[in-house]
Structures are given as C-alpha cells and as structure tokens.
Write a protein of this length. Structure first.
Length: 510
C-alpha cells in the first residue's frame, strides 16, 4: 500500500499542465531524433541533455522519460519504412517490419511496433515499481563465466537459428568478431588490426558499423536496382493504423513472449537491447517455421511484435537497475546516470530516501509517457507510412546525408566517414551473396564483452577451463544452446531428406 501511495503522489506530480507539456515535448523530440539513421534513442537523450539545464530536476527527468521511449519508437520507424534503423536495438524488428512495408502493410507494422512498445514498457514499469530491489539482485548472480555463456549463446543461436545457412551465418559471425577486436587490447595494450592509424586505437564505433551495414547497404542496393521496375504495392497501402482481429491474435502472444524475453536483460549489463531483440526474433522465427503457412521473410507481424516488445521491456527494467543500484546497463542508462549527477543526485538504494518526489514522479512518467506515445503514434502511423511515397532518388539521397551527418556528429572523424562507406560496400556484397547481417552485428556488439569475460574467468580460475562451465547458470545456457543446435541440425537433415525424396519421385515420374 505504501508503494501505491507513493506512486499516486508521483502521478499527482506528473499530471499537471506544465509537466504533461514536458512529457509531450520529450516524446515528440525523442521520436524525431530517433528516426534519423545513426543517431537513435541514446543519442536523442545525449543531444537533448543540455536542453534540460534550465529545468527543475523533476521536469527534466519527466521530459527524459518521454525522450527515452519516443526515441525507441523513432528507431523503429526508419527501420520499418526504409530498412535503416535509427539504432542497433531496432535491427531485429526491422527485418520483418520492412518486409511488411514492401507488401503494403507499413501502417500495420508501425501499429504493431507502437503497441509492442506500450506492452513491453508498461509491464517493465510495473515490475520496476514493485520489485526494483528484487530485480536488481539478479545482476549479482552473473559473473564472468555466466556473461561469457550468455554471449556464446547469442553468437551461436543467432548464427544457427535466424539464418537459413549455418555456414553463412558462422562466416558473418567471424567477420563481426574480426571487426570487434580492432583497436587497443585493454589488458596487454597491444594495437590490433589498426594498420598503425591512431584513429583506430579506440576501435570502430558501433554507430559506424550499424549505419554502414544497414543504411548505406540499403542505399547501394537501391542504386544497383536502378532501371528495375518498382513494386508499387507500398503505394496502395490501406493505411489503417489499427490491426485486424487476425493480426491482433497473431501479435498478442509475440508481444507477451518478447516482453518476457526482454525483462531480465535490463538488469544484466550486456550493453543494451540487441541480445533480447534478436533472441525474441529467433524465437518467433522458430515458432513460425512449425506453422502450415510460414510467413517469415514475407512480412510476419510476429517478427515485429516480439523484438519491439523485448526492446522496450529491456529499456524499462534498465531504469530499475539504474534507480535501485546505480548500475547503468545500457548506453542510454549511462547518459541518464550523467544527468542524475548533473543535478547532484546519485542513483542507488539511498535515492528512494533522499529524493522520493523525483523517483516516484519519474516512475509515474513512464506510464504517462507510454500512453502519450501510443495516442500520438497510432493515428500517425499512416502519415509516417507516406514517407514511402517520396521518390526514391530523393528519399535515399536524404538517408545518405543524414546517415553521414549522424556518423560525423558522434566522433568528428573523417576516417569514420571512409569506414562507413567501406562497411556499406561490404554489406552490399554480403547481401548480394546471401550472407546474413544479423550474426555480424551481434558479434560486433557482444565480441568485446565475450573476450573480456573469457579473460576474467580464466584469470580468476588460474587458467582452468572447467571454470567456464562450472556454474549452474553457465551450464544451463550451454545445455540449452546444444539443444537448439541439435534441433536446427535435425530440422535441416529432415528438410534435405524430404527434398531428396521429392526429387526421386519426380525422376520416377519422368
């Protein structure tokens, strides 16, 4: 009852005209910045941090709540419509979302994304309000071996399950791991794969890789199709911002599964929402393969609903870890930690005692911000979908400009502009020869984490490799991974035997 009373006081603080204005402004600005390729939700919070200097702390953090969730939805808008996600957290949902857009269902994909954001965010906010200390305790059971097992699980699961060819998936994984080790080795201090260039000592930024592999690859792909007649089905989109009963029934379980997948990852410091979104995508793809009429690859709404719900659930519980422990588990949480310190506040267990008005107003603003975003984005889904009516030579020229500006804004390095072009050409070649991008991205994102935790685990155990599988959590993850790989192999063998039987029957008929 005490929690409900304090949450009610938080709602009373938020539901004033001025604070509601800050929620609305934050949601609009977050969405607008999140749409731009290369910037995304984390950059939206960073860019808008100076705007809040003149506000009181409560007003500033209420605005940040709108920016946070608005930026996450903005990431998905550009990914669904133009296959250029604003941030790496929107990659998984963009795969099927863009396929839906190409099939004239852009508004439905955006509606599914908006509802997924609402469902995942609200469930996460409820858990943070009532169970923040208990959720934060989960972070303490993960050590180096568990983090390594989690990274290996993500590597192999994405390479084997999300792709059609295990060999091509592992090839993309190897490319990503090679890119992830560029820079100075944190332990030995040796330069690796830098070519003697000081600009590469810090490695290649994930924004450069994401923009190159997704935004510029799509630009090069469209340029290579010059002269090929366009599929104008996207212009005949019914534009309805709601889902049919069949679409809602298909999406509802995916929203719930994605939310359940994303919740724990906000507490575990693995860097953001990339892992749970890809895991949610892989889960939905495996389930879809068992259906009589699989839809993945042609625009499956479950492929949007699951990852989007997982991403927002992770973002919500990441705020719980930040408030309860002072532990930033994502780039956005790290920026918000800086914002707290800007106002002389230190997130952690004592924050609930020292600044209860701020904490409960912030938690209440999560609920209010999500409702505001849902109200704003569902009616505007057809309007966003009309971006697809812009002539391609204008649309993709604009994407190129904003992508390069976004890359340059993060580092002010000319070399990054060269790298993003080279990575874009690499992505175009991968797309041309059917090598999937997802394993490469997950390797780039989790490669440094896997290397660091492997070294830490071996250092603690004096080089004993048994320590890598000694804990129940690590052993369970490896066992689950083995089952997943066996299931994929068995399915591939059965599929090959069926196709072989079919070929023999055709030959006999001849």
């Amino acid at each position: 009852m005490n929690t409900l009373t304090q949450l009610g006081d938080g709602f009373a603080t938020v539901l004033t005209p001025m604070n509601m204005l800050w929620v609305l402004v934050g949601a609009l600005l977050g969405t607008a910045v999140g749409v731009l390729p290369g910037l995304g939700s984390a950059m939206a919070v960073a860019l808008l941090l100076p705007v809040t200097f003149s506000l009181d702390p409560i007003g500033a953090f209420i605005m940040f709540a709108g920016v946070l969730f608005g930026g996450l939805f903005g990431d998905s808008i550009s990914g669904i419509l133009m296959n250029t996600p604003g941030n790496s957290t929107a990659i998984a949902g963009s795969i099927e979302g863009h396929a839906m857009a190409r099939n004239g269902r852009a508004a439905q994909a955006l509606a599914a994304s908006a509802i997924a954001s609402f469902v995942g965010g609200v469930v996460a906010a409820v858990l943070v309000v009532f169970f923040a200390p208990s959720l934060a305790a989960l972070a303490t059971v993960f050590g180096p071996a568990e983090y390594l097992a989690l990274a290996v699980f993500a590597f192999v699961a994405i390479s084997a399950v999300v792709t059609d060819s295990i060999v091509r998936g592992l090839s993309a994984l190897a490319l990503g791991l090679a890119i992830s080790v560029v820079g100075i080795d944190g332990i030995s201090g040796a330069a690796r794969l830098t070519g003697g260039l000081p600009e590469l000592f810090d490695g290649i930024d994930i924004i450069v890789i994401t923009v190159g592999l997704l935004a510029l690859t799509e630009v090069f792909h469209q340029a290579a199709r010059r002269g090929v007649p366009d599929d104008h089905s996207i212009l005949r989109s019914p534009g309805r911002p709601w889902l049919s009963r069949a679409e809602f029934r298909a999406a509802l379980p995916a929203w719930l599964r994605g939310t359940a997948t994303g919740l724990p990852f906000g507490i575990i410091p693995v860097g953001g929402s990339e892992v749970p979104t890809f895991l949610a995508y892989g889960t939905e793809r495996r389930l879809d393969a068992r259906r009589a009429n699989p839809m993945f690859g042609r625009g499956a709404i479950q492929g949007v609903a699951g990852p989007e719900a997982a991403g927002n659930a992770t973002a919500g519980t990441a705020m719980g870890a930040l408030l309860a422990l002072g532990l930033p588990t994502s780039a956005t949480a790290a920026i918000l930690l800086a914002a707290f310190r800007q106002y002389g506040l230190q997130p952690g267990p004592l924050l609930f005692e020292r600044a209860p008005d701020l904490v409960w107003a912030l938690l209440a603003s999560f609920f209010v911000g999500l409702v505001v975003l849902l109200i704003l984005n569902l009616p505007f889904a057809p309007l966003w979908a009309k971006l697809l009516r812009v002539p391609k030579h204008y649309l993709y020229a604009g994407i190129s400009v904003f992508a390069m500006l976004g890359v340059y804004a993060t580092s002010a390095k000319i070399l990054d502009l060269v790298l993003v072009l080279l990575i874009g050409l690499l992505g175009f070649a991968m797309r041309r020869y059917g090598i999937p991008v997802a394993p490469m991205l997950i390797a780039v994102i989790l490669g440094p984490l896997a290397e660091t935790e492997l070294r830490r685990a071996l250092a603690v155990s004096d080089g004993d490799p048994v320590a890598l599988v000694d804990s129940p959590i690590a052993a369970s993850l490896y066992g689950l991974l083995l089952l997943v790989v066996l299931a994929v192999v068995v399915r591939a063998v059965r599929s090959r035997s069926r196709s072989g039987d079919g070929d023999r029957l055709v030959g006999a008929g001849r």
